[in-house]
Design a protein around this ligand. Sequence first.
Ligand SMILES: Nc1ncnc2c1ncn2[C@@H]1O[C@H](COP(=O)(O)OP(=O)(O)OP(=O)(O)O)[C@@H](O)[C@H]1O
Length: 119
Amino acid sequence: MARLLRSFGYAASGIVSAVRREPNMRIHLAAAGCVTLLGALLGIARLEWALLLLAMGMVVTAELMNTAVERAVDLNTLEPHPLAKAAKDTAAGAVLAAAVFAAVIGAVIFIPHLWRLIT
Ligand SMILES: Nc1ncnc2c1ncn2[C@@H]1O[C@H](COP(=O)(O)OP(=O)(O)OP(=O)(O)O)[C@@H](O)[C@H]1O
């Protein structure tokens, strides 16, 4: 049990460190806050919340993995290397892919609600 709690502690400190050091992570969290506020204001359905939470979780998880890859690459070498570039660019691509899909999910959910409001 103590070991499990210690592991949670390490994982939590990894998340805190990424939030402190990565401006992009703070942008993702701010976007998630705005989406949550909009969802509450529009009174979206339970399934819509589930999809939005999944999308937000996907983006934050991808950003955490991207941060881990960046740190591991920098630990290995700070010299320019094609494999270092490929690793970092691929990890950044994962964040971009997650963010684009999340934006599409957000549009599919919010556009009909907003449309109903203005018509
Ligand atoms: N060792 C390296 N060798 C070759 N190219 C690199 C190397 N390190 C970084 N790069 C290139 O420079 C880009 C920027 O790298 P950097 O480490 O500054 O990350 P970043 O995407 O700016 O993220 P952050 O600002 O969070 O550090 C990478 O995506 C990659 O294309």
